[in-house]
Design a protein around this ligand. Structure first.
Ligand code: HDD
Length: 705
């Protein structure tokens, strides 16, 4: 049967005119303001549902240029994913200067208080592929592009201020080791395997970074609740050539927060997009996340007296030694229009600095300056990736570079070289010694040799300082994380070799991991290349010592059933709004429930799809009948037991007793983190209690192993 005009009667769906094809499929047709579909060449398309055929059941014709163009383009949609940091999520915003650094640097963006420049930020995991899950234990990328009036300045950092290796030549080995093993292509997005720990156990310089990734920093609650660091020491340079060393910090206004490991594992199943969804929801709701840019400034004299080399990216400078001075604020207030065009095609390069900012001889940074430009060529298909809008500067730019794949703005007119004698405008742009970028004229001399500075040799002291600076809860998490990871390592010798390094960091840590692994005896400590020193504790290194004073920006999950107490729900809605907290109802049906007063409230999740791992605190707002029903539901029971095991605050109405009982929350299990909501007036107190984020005292009780 052929498709005729009479088969395609327009029908109305809302405002849009749609047609039905022969197969019953609906499709829109252009009318009024709706644009006509065209090919890439701009030819209007009449039928986008059927290929051109010789008869309704005949062969498709090669002549169908619309079909061929469409499939050709589709076949080429994918570009190589980033070799690291493949999975990421970006947003637009602005950077506003709050403290001028005009006496320290000539960088235009750091001169005038109150001035804003556009910014784009991409957060990422490191090891997993583009389609992997968000809650991997991993460092997080924190890459910032500032579109300044004197060019793009990229700060390509992580949420951890130190790195695994000291020299860029080891980067491919480190990345090969952490990614999936090459013969079996697993495990995905996980460091818990032999190759990674084999490499680490043979690379003691990684120990400081290992403490950080095995701490709760490796499993942040959200991009919004993590710090960012540019890691390396950079230079600020003034117009008259004075240089000051600088380390860059991004501090979240929302406070720091992480999840616990068992929660991370479950979030990955319940919502693999947990972090990107969180950022999307926050920005769409107008809760714009904000970070303060801070700098640690120091001079050569400090650099010479500091215990470590300021060129060593495996070391940090404690904030207690060199305070972080506020400089400005970064606010993310707009999601991309298109993920591929912007987030996927954005190209960060550590070499993108502006006049007034310069590099140091950090061998990791020097190597990165080659790697990023090089990788964009492969990833984005040619040298013109700066012509893609997300990568283009937003200030005027003029140069004589031309042609190549995808060239969008070649030089205009006759001149494409300089020097030239055409003069005036016709001669095109000229170099400008006053305004232009000049490198800091550091004296450099030395023998050409493959060596590492003696001052890079201490691999354990800062790892020990990090561990000692954590609260007991956080130290336990590090012990558990390393034990977990090494328990996935199949080769006993690798496990023991890692413990031999831990002995140089903290004997208690080494013993706890050895016990967790069931090592028969402790190995000898790995011989350190340099004496391990006891550094003072640095409270700034702990998340829990720097927790937020507010519950703002967090999410409460309310397990709710028909007949739920209307007054308590109203109090929850009101208090959550006042505190800036998101409330999500989890009900037996997605259609929602009717409260005790008969009000219909839609649900955000159905019980099996809304486990408590998705929330920062939970409320059980059940009617008597509802509690009886949910007491027989495994998902509802898990909702409660998980919230309890993850040390969350749990509020419940007295009617919820049957579910609490089934979840094992009776008598001695009940603690101050399990709160009874007798009446609506108890709700504000509960939400205030949640500002502590977790009831950590419970943790020790729920981990027998
Ligand atoms: Fe890197 C991407 C951060 C060391 C080579 N890196 C990349 C991204 C971040 C970082 C956040 C993602 C950028 C984006 O969102 O597009 N990398 C770091 C930090 C490092 C570091 C904080 C140490 C302090 N990286 C490092 C070294 C090398 C690279 C030593 C190579 C010598 N990194 C790359 C890369 C990537 C990359 C292969 C992959 C995709 C890209 O650059 O654009 O060139």
């Amino acid at each position: 049967m052929s498709t005729t005009d009479t088969d395609r009667k327009p029908v109305t769906l809302g405002e849009e005119k749609v047609q039905r094809g022969a197969g019953g499929e609906t499709h829109q047709t252009a009318h009024g303001d709706v644009p006509t579909l065209t090919t890439q060449q701009g030819v209007p398309v009449a039928d986008d549902q059927n290929t051109l055929k010789a008869g309704a059941r005949g062969p498709s014709l090669l002549e169908d240029f619309h079909f061929r163009e469409k499939i050709f383009h589709f076949d080429h949609e994918r570009i190589p994913e980033r070799v690291v940091h493949a999975r990421g999520y970006g947003a637009h915003g602005f950077f506003e200067l709050t403290h001028s650094l005009s006496d320290i640097t000539r960088a235009d963006v750091l001169q005038r208080v109150g001035e804003r420049v556009p910014a784009f930020v991409r957060f990422s995991t490191v090891a997993g592929s583009k389609g992997s899950f968000d809650l991997a234990r991993d460092a997080r990328g924190f890459a910032v592009k500032l579109y300044t009036k004197e060019g793009n300045w990229d700060l390509v950092g992580n949420n951890i201020p130190v790195f695994f290796i000291q020299d860029a030549i080891k980067f491919p080995d480190m990345v090969h080791a952490v990614k999936e093993e090459p013969d079996r292509a697993f495990p995905q997005a996980q460091s818990a395997h032999d190759n990674f720990w084999d490499f680490i156990s043979l690379t003691p310089e990684s120990m400081n970074m290992i403490m950080w990734v095995m701490s709760d920093r490796g499993i942040p609650r959200s991009f919004r609740f993590m710090e960012g660091f540019a890691v390396h020491t950079f230079r600020f340079v003034t117009a008259d050539g004075k240089s000051t060393f600088a380390k860059f910090h991004w501090k979240p206004k929302q406070g720091l927060q992480s999840v616990v490991w068992n929660e991370a594992v479950k979030i990955n199943g319940a919502d693999p997009d947990f972090h990107r969804r969180d950022l999307w929801n926050a920005i769409q709701a107008g809760n714009y996340p904000e970070w303060e840019l801070g700098v640690q400034l120091f001079d050569d004299e400090f650099a010479d007296t500091f215990d470590f080399d300021i060129l060593d990216a495996t070391k940090l400078i404690p904030e207690e030694l060199v305070p972080v001075q506020p400089v400005g604020r970064l606010v993310l207030d707009r999601m991309v229009d298109n993920f591929f065009a912007e987030t996927e095609q954005v190209a960060f390069c550590t070499q993108n600095v502006v006049p007034g900012i310069d590099f140091t001889n950090d061998p990791l940074l020097q190597g990165r300056n080659f790697s990023y430009l090089d990788t964009q060529l492969k990833r984005l298909g040619g040298p013109n990736f700066t012509h893609i809008p997300i990568n283009a500067p937003k200030c005027p730019f003029h140069h004589f570079q031309q042609d190549g794949h995808g060239a969008m703005h070649n030089p205009k007119g006759r001149v494409n070289y300089e020097p030239n004698s055409w003069g005036g405008e016709a001669g095109g742009p000229r170099e400008n010694p006053q305004k232009g970028f000049t490198s800091y004229p550091q004296n450099v001399e030395g023998r050409k040799e493959r060596v590492r500075s003696e001052k890079f040799a201490d691999h354990y002291s800062q790892a020990r300082q990090f561990y000692k600076s954590q609260t007991e809860v956080e130290q336990t998490h590090i012990q558990q994380a390393i034990t977990f990871e090494l328990s996935k390592v199949e080769t006993p010798a690798i496990r023991a070799r890692v413990v031999s390094h831990l002995l140089n960091i903290d004997t208690g840590l080494a013993q706890a991991v050895a016990d967790g692994l069931g090592l028969e005896k402790l190995p000898d400590a790995a011989p350190p290349a340099s004496k391990v020193i006891d550094l003072p504790e640095s409270p700034a290194l702990s998340i829990l010592k720097n927790g937020p004073k507010t519950f703002e920006g967090r999410k409460i999950g309310v397990l709710i059933t028909n007949g739920a107490d209307e007054a308590i729900l109203e109090a929850l809605e009101k208090t959550a709004k006042a505190e800036g907290v998101d409330l999500e109802l989890v009900a037996p049906q997605i259609g929602g429930i009717k409260t005790s007063s008969g009000r219909h409230v839609p649900a955000g999740q159905r019980v099996p799809g809304g486990p408590s791992v998705l929330y920062d605190a939970v409320v059980l707002l059940l009617s008597e009948d509802g509690a009886k029903q949910l007491a027989n539901d495994a998902d509802a029971k898990d909702f409660v037991t998980d919230a309890y095991a993850h040390a969350k605050f749990i509020a419940h109405v007295p009617e919820a007793a049957p579910l609490l009982k089934k979840a094992g929350l009776t008598d001695d299990a009940l603690d101050e983190g399990v709160i009874t909501l007798e009446k609506p007036s108890s709700v504000p107190e509960f939400v205030k209690t949640c500002r502590a984020l977790r009831f950590w005292q419970r943790e020790a009780k729920v981990h027998a192993v």
